[in-house]
Design a protein around this ligand. Structure first.
Ligand SMILES: [Ca+2]
Ligand SMILES: [Ca+2]
Length: 231
């Protein structure tokens, strides 16, 4: 097997290997108390794909066949090991106690929302479950400083230079700029946990909501967000 193909396979299986190392049937996540709301969770099955098995079985295959074999194996493993749990969850879903259910065959897990009583039943009755992870939600206020900025923002280096970073050089951006293409009129959306709009490369290019008057405590453009002039 070529080295890069082996690395690809290892990367594909890494989450499964990491999870199988947990090797416990104890489901020890705390459930929210005094609530009958839906809880978002992931169920990870005890059985996980074996890297040794897959390497041995696919050693003589080409890349396409190897990919198909691994995918089929992991899907079969998920279907087989999740059968009892899925049957139970489908029954509870019909009763309105489970929703938004998805099988994640790559790591042999099921993502869903369920009422707390269903999670308790899962813990008590299905030893084939290795681990249940309860997704915790964090109120936005806990993530922001009093001034509304994101906490723990990394301060900018004091030694800012005009040097073009290696990543930008590697995609040959300077050559494109030299041809006159500099992003004029293009607005790029960024979905992330935060952007430092004071960064020297960004501060002159950040989109501003011109229909919003900054910091007057009023949603001037009536879009549901107060003072969202630059975020
Ligand atoms: Ca607004
Ligand atoms: Ca405003």
């Amino acid at each position: 097997m070529l080295k890069n193909q082996r690395i690809l396979l290892v990367l594909l299986l890494l989450p499964a290997i990491t999870l199988s190392a947990v090797n416990t049937t104890a489901v020890n996540e705390a459930l929210p108390v005094d609530s009958d709301d839906f809880v978002r969770l992931s169920i990870y099955m005890e059985r996980q794909g074996s890297l040794d098995y897959l390497l041995a079985e696919t050693s003589d295959m080409n890349k396409a066949d190897r990919r198909a074999f691994v995918i089929n194996h992991l899907k079969d493993l998920a279907a087989e090991s999740q059968a009892q749990v899925m049957s139970f969850l489908q029954q509870r879903r019909a009763e309105g106690l489970v929703k938004d259910m998805h099988i994640i065959w790559l790591v042999n897990s099921i993502a869903l929302q369920a009422k707390p009583q269903v999670i308790k039943e899962l813990k008590e009755n299905f030893p084939e479950i290795g681990h249940i992870h309860i997704e915790q939600s964090v109120p936005t206020e806990q993530l922001m400083d009093d001034n509304g900025s994101t906490r723990n923002m990394i301060p900018l280096s004091s030694s800012v230079t005009d040097e073009i970073s290696w990543g930008v050089q590697n995609i040959n951006a300077p050559a494109v700029w030299a041809m006159g293409y500099q992003g004029q009129g293009v607005i790029v959306a960024n979905l992330d946990t935060g952007t430092n709009y004071n960064h020297p490369d960004l501060q002159d290019h950040i989109w501003v909501n011109e229909d919003e008057i900054p910091n007057n405590g009023i949603d001037d453009d009536n879009n549901g967000y107060v003072d969202d002039w630059r975020r």
